[in-house]
Design a protein around this ligand. Structure first.
Ligand code: ARG
Length: 387
């Protein structure tokens, strides 16, 4: 067992220590990676390099890049390369395999983040700049499935980080509580269709929790990808969910990101769902300051969510295409869509219901991200009808 500067490192899972330690490191800035951490990183990397992982991390983390980055730390939190890649190395079945423990990591470890970002977001280069926000209007998008033949439900979400707070792996228990308090107060002041109430995860009845998960309202528990990324510390403290009265507007607090703003409802009225999300994010943005980077757009813990952070999805049944998975995947690739199972990523499609969404979120505006999903889903439905 080793004791790196950030905390205990065990079986490839790291933990950060209490606030006093973090605060002390703040003052020190950019501490050297100690020998024991370095040795552990080398050992894990060797093992990982020999796996047949298909992740973007495996593809892009060459020995050369690994060697270049392994001795670096971020100035404010002393985050190491290991903090970024632990999840991907512990979970070779990752699709991506990397998280930013703090915002500075995107720069300090840019040699590995940049190529992964470029591939995931289909060509967002390290010299590119994410455009200004432009939501446009949901009115431009007609119902994707007016006869209710294919789409079970539609969901649009975005993620936000709160200015002045690091991402999950660097948050202290006190900061979790502070963030929860701030967000809970802000959420409780929302009005009109956004009026609702916050339910903390701590102390939530297990049966109710499972029901909320089964109904696709609440995030799952025990995500091994997040856990290995250091994002489950002090769980369930500081985590929770906000609902409006109709339960078609939700906000997740301190799950993967500080904030996830979600609009969802049965059927295929993408425009209405999108407009509700825009209204919610704008209302909340008046009460809480969101972190945004000039180049990267809205800052999130996982590089797949940077930029717009928009994920627009449908739960959809396409029985004929379902018979020909290859064709479905080809079409999805063509329209930059991602196909997931019914309960989200890393899950199976139950009863032929898939969760299909826009894949890239960076290098395009919010409006364009929604349009990309809209056009892709339309094309899939057309292909299903012609199959
Ligand atoms: N780290 C996981 C993987 O690489 C999830 C990546 C994207 N999803 C997310 N929720 N950030 O498969």
């Amino acid at each position: 067992m080793l004791i790196p500067p950030q905390g205990r490192l065990r079986c490839g899972v790291f933990f950060r220590q209490t606030q006093s330690v973090i605060v002390r490191h703040y003052a020190k800035k950019g501490k050297e990676v100690d020998k024991a951490t370095l040795a552990e990183m080398e050992k894990q990397y060797q093992k990982f390099a020999n796996t047949s992982s298909k992740s973007l991390l495996k593809k892009h983390l060459t020995k050369e890049i690994f060697d270049k980055l392994k001795t670096r730390t971020t100035p404010s939190f002393n985050s190491t390369l290991l903090h970024c890649i632990n999840s991907g190395m512990c979970n070779p079945d990752s699709g991506v395999g990397i998280y930013a423990p703090d915002a500075e990591s995107y720069k300090v470890f840019g040699a590995i983040f940049d190529p992964i970002i470029e591939e995931y977001h289909r060509g967002f280069k390290k010299t590119d700049k994410h455009p200004e926000s432009c939501y446009g209007s949901g009115k431009d998008f007609a119902n994707l499935d007016p006869d209710n033949a294919f789409i079970v439900s539609t969901r649009v979400r975005c993620g936000r980080s709160v200015q002045g707070y690091p991402f999950n792996p660097c948050l202290t228990e006190q900061q979790y509580a502070e963030l929860e308090y701030k967000l809970c107060s802000a959420l409780h002041s929302l009005e009109g269709e956004y009026y609702g109430s916050y339910m903390p995860l701590a102390g939530m009845d297990k049966q109710m929790q499972q029901k909320l998960i089964d109904d696709h309202f609440l995030f799952k528990e025990g995500d091994r990808f997040l856990e290995a990324a250091g994002a489950s510390r002090f769980w369930p403290n500081g985590r929770g969910i906000f609902f409006n009265k109709k339960r078609n507007f939700l906000v997740w607090v301190n799950e993967e990101d500080h904030i996830r703003i979600i609009s969802m409802e049965k059927g295929g009225d993408l425009g209405r769902v999108y407009d509700r999300m825009i209204g919610g994010v704008e209302a909340l943005g008046k009460k809480v300051k969101f972190s945004r980077d000039e180049r990267l757009g809205f800052l999130t813990f996982c590089p797949t969510n940077l930029g717009t952070s928009i994920r627009a999805s449908v739960h959809i049944k396409l029985p004929k295409l379902n018979e020909n998975k290859e064709k479905m995947q080809k079409l999805a690739d063509k329209y930059h869509l991602q196909v997931r199972g019914t309960s989200g990523e890393h899950s199976e499609a139950k009863g032929g219901v898939h969760d299909i969404s826009n894949k890239r979120r960076m290098g395009l505006t919010e409006y364009e991200a929604i349009k990309e999903m809209h056009d892709g889903i339309k094309a899939l439905i057309k292909a299903e009808c012609n199959a």
